[in-house]
Design a protein around this ligand. Structure first.
Ligand code: MN
Length: 303
């Protein structure tokens, strides 16, 4: 029988939303979030599957200095390496299995560059988490976590990037109730869920089935709250990113690299970046800073 309501019932098939292709630095990405019909999953508000791309002498993750406000950037590689620089003075090499987490708060600028030595494939995901009121007005922190908890459940090796799952807890700072997981899936798995969370699944490699729906690279599978668990079957061995959380209660305005609440806040951040005032500080990087586009509501005015 058909469900008479619009909401899928708990455990129902996900909505499958196609990612769109974009270029970040020199690398092609598949942007799974935000989507026109799905802006956030918990406080997660951005997901770029980066690569796979070849890092050569002349080309890598060439993302020059740029600012962020009101969000945390989460960088996770499954192959390759990259170098993080930020205006807090951090310089950090990142490799697969390690997490870079930058809490921008009122404003931090950063660059993500090649290490200079690495040649080969680069692949990973960059995620953003919207910071709630309070956290977004204060914290400017960079964290690198070289070790994260890993738990095997059925045919999956699960790394807890952020939050808690399977009795394990990530040391990464988080300000709302959420979870981020990497699943290395090689066999059938039953994955327990928090029924108060909505979830998104981004497959980086391989293909899986959840509730009868195939999920493969190039799309986002979105699940409403309510399910107690997923039965995951592998069509091919897969690397899968799961993000989830309690639906974010604050209404956010996201423009370029800023998460805010109002156009006035975005305008102030935009002007600080254009004028290179002290808000975002400076980043030691060989790459050129990235220019902000002019917000459409300012187009008839001078910055
Ligand atoms: Mn960034």
């Amino acid at each position: 029988m058909e469900d008479p309501t619009d909401e899928p019932s708990p455990g129902a098939a996900p909505a499958i939303l196609a990612s769109h292709v974009a270029t970040v630095g020199s690398i092609e990405v598949r942007r799974a979030l935000p989507q026109r019909t799905r802006r956030t999953i918990g406080a997660w508000c951005f997901a770029d599957h980066m690569g796979p791309a070849e890092v050569t002498e002349g080309r890598g993750l060439d993302v020059g200095p740029h600012p962020h406000t009101g969000l945390q950037t989460v960088t996770w590689l499954i192959e390759g390496e990259a170098l993080h620089h930020d205006s807090l003075g951090s310089e950090q090499l990142i490799r697969p299995g390690q997490l870079n987490l930058m809490s921008a708060g009122l404003g931090v600028a950063h660059a993500e560059e090649p290490t200079g030595a690495y040649r080969g494939t680069l692949e990973g995901i960059q995620l953003w988490i919207a910071q709630p009121e309070g956290a977004r007005q204060s914290s400017r922190v960079f964290e690198h976590h070289a070790e994260l908890p890993r738990v095997t459940v059925g045919g999956a090796d699960v790394t807890v990037l952020v939050g808690e799952a399977l009795g394990a807890s990530s040391p990464a700072r988080h300000d709302t109730s959420l979870v981020g997981l990497d699943l290395d899936v090689h066999g059938t798995t039953t994955m327990p869920l928090d029924p108060s969370y909505e979830y998104g699944v981004v497959v980086l490699r391989g293909a899986i089935r959840i509730h009868g729906s195939t999920v493969a690279p190039g799309s986002l599978a979105y699940f409403t709250p309510g399910a107690e668990e997923w039965r995951i079957e592998t069509l091919e061995p897969a690397r899968v990113i799961v993000v989830g959380g309690e639906p974010f209660s604050e209404s956010i305005l996201m423009w370029w690299n800023f998460v805010a609440r109002t156009r006035e806040e975005i305008t102030a951040a935009y002007r600080s970046w254009v004028h290179r005032d002290e808000r975002f500080g400076s980043v030691r990087s060989a790459l050129a800073p990235i220019d902000a586009p002019v917000p459409f509501w300012l187009r008839d005015f001078q910055p």
